[in-house]
Design a protein around this ligand. Structure first.
Ligand SMILES: C[S@@+](CC[C@H](N)C(=O)[O-])C[C@H]1O[C@@H](n2cnc3c(N)ncnc32)[C@H](O)[C@@H]1O
Length: 208
């Protein structure tokens, strides 16, 4: 599968979703970041951009990347509309091919699930290496998906947060797992419908 195929697949997913003027940030992001001082953040697989816009409004300097140019262009337009374009750099980037440059205080990876080939452990290792000492990597994965999700394969088993951490094989002298667990929440769908879903949440601190 080429990078063109990945872009085409995800452009199709994003094109089929209506543009939302103010996409919601993810709950695990807002609860985790509430206690952190604003700095530089990298949002991997930013999608509709709710997290990037919220972070920018909290004073963070945001680099947001996605393989879909549809997603990146929508986020760029929303950043201008919300007056936070000076705080958001949204770029098309295929994480299967390369990793964004720079050092960050926070790397946020929410639901970076794809049916296409992706070396997730490699991407997450690169994310951990792109942290400044004192910086954090927040990885939030599905444990289960809502009925309106784009991915409704009942055969899919999502790895636990501990399994994700184990796959990353980080040196404990440099990185500490602060949080690894499964948490349920009530999710609200695009038409206001609700469902209980499980998130797998991993928070890693770079100590050195
Ligand atoms: C399930 S969506 C999650 C979007 C967003 N983080 C959220 O929480 O709503 C996964 C996102 O990852 C992006 N993505 C998938 N494969 C990618 C890749 N190889 N490189 C960069 N982004 C990718 C998709 O375009 C999509 O926006």
């Amino acid at each position: 599968m080429s990078t063109t195929d990945a872009a085409r697949f995800w452009d199709g997913v994003h094109t089929n979703r209506p543009t939302v003027a103010d996409p919601r940030p993810n709950a695990r992001l807002t609860e985790t970041v509430a206690g952190l001082p604003a700095g530089e953040v990298l949002d991997l697989g930013c999608g509709a951009g709710g997290d990037a816009l919220w972070l920018a409004r909290q004073g963070w300097q945001v680099t947001a990347v996605d393989v879909s140019s549809v997603a990146v262009e929508r986020l760029t337009r929303l950043a201008v509309a919300q007056g936070v374009d000076g705080r958001i750099s949204a770029r098309r980037h295929d994480l299967r091919v390369s990793f964004p440059d720079g050092l960050f205080d926070l790397v946020s990876v929410h639901y970076l699930h794809t049916p296409l080939d992706l070396d997730r452990a490699g991407v997450l290792r690169s994310a951990a290496h792109s942290l400044r000492p004192g910086g954090r990597l927040l990885v939030v994965d599905h444990g289960s998906t809502a009925p309106w999700s784009w991915s409704r394969d009942p055969g899919v088993r999502y790895p636990t947060a501990r399994e994700v951490a184990a796959d990353m094989a980080l040196d404990p002298r440099t990185w500490t797992v602060e949080r690894a667990g499964a948490h349920t929440r009530n999710a609200t769908g695009p038409d206001g419908q609700t469902a209980e879903v499980t998130d797998h949440v991993l928070l890693v601190l770079r100590t050195a």
